[in-house]
Design a protein around this ligand. Sequence first.
Ligand SMILES: Nc1ncnc2c1ncn2[C@@H]1O[C@H](COP(=O)(O)OP(=O)(O)OP(=O)(O)O)[C@@H](O)[C@H]1O
Ligand SMILES: [Mg+2]
Length: 252
Amino acid sequence: MARRVSKRKMPDRDKHRVNERWKIEEGVFDRKTMMNIEKVFTHGIASRMIHIISKGKEADVYLADAGDKINEMYVVLKIFNQENTSFKRRTEYVKGDPRFDGVKANVTSIIRIWCRKEYGNLKIAEEAQVSAPKPYYFKGNVLAMQLIGDDGVPSPILKKTELEDPEKVIDEIIENMKRLYSAGLVHGDISEYNILIKDNMPFLIDIGQGVSLGHPKANEFLERDVANILYYFKKVYGIEKNQEKVVSQIKS
Ligand SMILES: Nc1ncnc2c1ncn2[C@@H]1O[C@H](COP(=O)(O)OP(=O)(O)OP(=O)(O)O)[C@@H](O)[C@H]1O
Ligand SMILES: [Mg+2]
């Protein structure tokens, strides 16, 4: 599919500012992404790019110095890749969600919706006191959120962590899924890759595909999330839990 290029030209002044602050070469980000990043700066959310944390298929994740509106040292910027085609398969999550009725499901708009959706889902998680990054701001394909980490070092994913007390961590993950469910959301992609471990406690990340309970597949996604996480704890730590019981525990 041909990429639509924005007709709005980014003023050279702004372009220069972004390049300066991000210390990036021309061409790393497309013009629209640069404009969105600039908004994150002008809103006082971030002040300087530090380095990339993760280069993914769908999004790149960056560490940045926080701006003056944020009461922390660092922020994380998740920048969704405008040219990514795997977003196509994600239209399913958006189409069935009553919150997105009437929304066009082409790749460009899906990415924008995705970013907004991840922000909205993180907001719901925050209000439900789920351990997850606090969302700060989003603009287009750029999402700004709290760093889960220490002194600018991101916490590792569950997969890369040897847990001291796995029983406690699995219970805590289930408790967080329950809080999310009570707030009307199912994560939809729970795995050892989308949980960070900080101070021996789990934090749920990558919540863009989370669906509300009104979604026709909400139940299926919940069961799959539970199956995935129970499988991992069984395989790695020999912890056995009954899937049906855990699902009803989350729903109760
Ligand atoms: N708030 C955060 N704090 C610390 N690290 C984070 C944060 N958000 C994301 N990361 C890091 O960036 C990685 C990718 O983030 P995330 O899982 O949200 O993106 P993704 O959509 O799965 O990208 P991919 O295309 O790689 O699948 C995570 O595995 C984690 O290491
Ligand atoms: Mg992920």
